[in-house]
Design a protein around this ligand. Structure first.
Ligand code: NAD
Length: 468
């Protein structure tokens, strides 16, 4: 493991203290990581503030070139970054490579966008145009499940729009992000991108910082509420991408052998630690038993282990707190339903849990109503799509959801009434940089990705000129 540094004002610097980052596959110390103090956060914000006038005045073509250079820098270090990501986050190496590659692709995507002036009215009476101005310093706060791809939802959009950034990864997964800081240090003018690491203690200071104009936050709903409260005093903009409890509604007519592997993938990718994972499967009574059996077979066949080992399909939970939380959900599910695969930790060492399928469980059970964020899926029997939709919509979350049916008209009808930010049909969790993404209800406020996501890093600016 290399030496890691913070990036503040164009300089790679030590933290005022250090902290240990663990490998969740063996619970051993992976690396010592710099830990920023509040004073270093203030330095990072001051550097970003100082860099803002220059960067926001830089022609957009130059900013585009910088994003492309950053994409190249990330992609050229793919092997190394992916290895670090697997070691700190836990996901299988192949998936880590996909995440690194995806992060580079998101930088490239944002480099193709524009902030065009829009003529709203051009008449004898007046000319009215709307432009998009950058906001200033953006605070970007990222969780531990997808440190790089979620960073790439935020940083390239913020930079393209002309903002400067203070980026903070999660305390348990800072290393790959700090490595990127090192890789891109010389691409941007000093202070345009600052990267700090904390021990889960500087988020509040970022949110409340008077010189930060916007907070782009991805994480849990509970922390999201704190971000919103912290941002209220200065009325700063927030984008909140929060928790979810995505339902997959599987209607009659599905072939369990064909559909179960897709449901399984949607639920168990990244060991279930995906905001838009399938977290409850509502399955029609006519295929319920067969779907449960197929899902259990897939769970039994999963190869759980250290993500660096060849052939492993599922890594550990990322951290001890999450590991214990998910084991708690499994214990409560044993009383609320029937465990037909998994149901326990997988090894003595490391935060491994066997992929777990629970049947004969229904709404009202903790595992169904709450966000488990781990490799355990409740399968709930339904009579029809209306019944399932009502249950899906009863959740206080509204991130994503999916309808699985051969009858596409019926699927479209149900999808149109699902109270979530995204609904997929016959697939789940298909994200792309050009498709806006955001949550309804307790799953968040605002959007990321696409032109809509870019717009959230800007202030609409109207110029209204008299003609006569
Ligand atoms: P978390 O809320 O505990 O932490 C997220 C980040 O917020 C970390 O960087 C943390 O250090 C920081 N933080 C902690 N306290 C803070 C405070 N008071 N103010 C500001 N920031 C603070 O979330 P987590 O446990 O790391 O991530 C898992 C959660 O994230 C799940 O609920 C998951 O569904 C959600 N998530 C949502 C999306 C989405 O796009 N909607 C994507 C991924 C994860």
């Amino acid at each position: 493991m290399g030496q890691y540094k913070l990036l503040i004002d164009g300089q790679l610097v030590d933290g005022d203290s250090t902290m240990s980052v663990l490998n969740p596959a063996n619970e051993e110390v992976l690396a010592e990581c710099p830990r920023a103090s509040k004073a270093q956060l203030d330095q990072a914000v001051a550097a970003a503030k100082k860099a803002f006038p220059g960067w926001s005045a830089t022609p957009i073509d130059e900013r585009r070139k910088a994003l492309l250079a950053m994409a190249d820098a990330i992609q050229n270090d793919l092997q190394n970054l992916a290895r670090t990501l697997t070691q700190e986050q836990g996901k299988p190496l192949q998936d880590a490579m996909g995440e690194v590659f995806g992060a580079a692709a998101f930088f490239r995507y944002f480099s193709t966008l524009d902030l065009k002036e829009k003529v709203i009215e051009d008449t004898e009476a007046r000319k009215v145009v709307s432009r998009r101005r950058p906001l200033g310093v953006v605070g970007a706060i990222v969780p531990w499940n997808f440190p790089l791809i979620l960073m790439a939802f935020k940083v390239p959009a913020a930079l393209l729009a002309g903002n400067t950034v203070v980026l903070k990864p999660a305390a348990t997964t800072p290393l790959s992000t700090l490595r990127i800081a090192e890789l891109v240090k010389d691409i941007l003018p000093p202070g345009v991108l600052n990267v700090i690491a904390d021990a889960n203690d500087l988020g509040g200071a970022i949110t409340a910082h008077p010189d930060i104009r916007k907070v782009s936050f991805t994480g849990s709903t509970e922390t999201g509420k704190k971000v919103m409260a912290g941002a209220a005093e200065a009325l700063k903009r927030v984008t909140l991408e929060l928790g979810g409890n995505d339902a997959a509604i599987v209607l009659d007519g599905n072939d369990p052998k064909e559909t179960a592997p897709k449901i399984f993938a949607g639920a168990f990718q990244n060991s279930g630690q995906v905001c838009i994972a399938i977290k409850r499967a509502y399955v029609h009574e006519s295929i319920y038993d067969a779907m449960c059996d197929e899902l259990a077979k897939l769970a039994d066949a999963a190869v759980v282990g250290d993500g660096l080992q060849q052939g492993v399909t599922m890594g550990p939970l990322q951290n001890k707190a999450q590991f214990e939380k998910v084991l708690g959900y499994i214990e409560s599910a044993k009383a609320d339903g029937k465990v037909i695969a998994g149901g326990a930790r997988a090894t003595e060492k490391g935060y491994f849990i066997q992929p777990t399928i629970v049947r004969d469980i229904t709404d009202g059970a903790r595992l169904v109503d709450e966000e488990q964020f781990g490799p355990v899926l409740p399968v709930i029997k339904i009579k029809d799509g209306e019944d399932a939709l009502a249950r899906a919509n009863a959740s206080s979350y509204g991130l994503g959801g999916s309808i699985w049916s051969k009858d596409l008209d019926k699927a479209m009808d149900l999808a149109g009434r699902m109270d979530t930010g995204t609904v997929w049909i016959n697939k789940h969790a298909d994200l792309a940089p050009n498709i806006p993404f955001g949550g309804a209800k307790l799953s968040g406020i605002g959007n990321e990705l696409g032109e809509e996501g870019l717009a959230e890093f800007t202030q609409q600016h109207v110029i209204n000129m008299a003609r006569a």
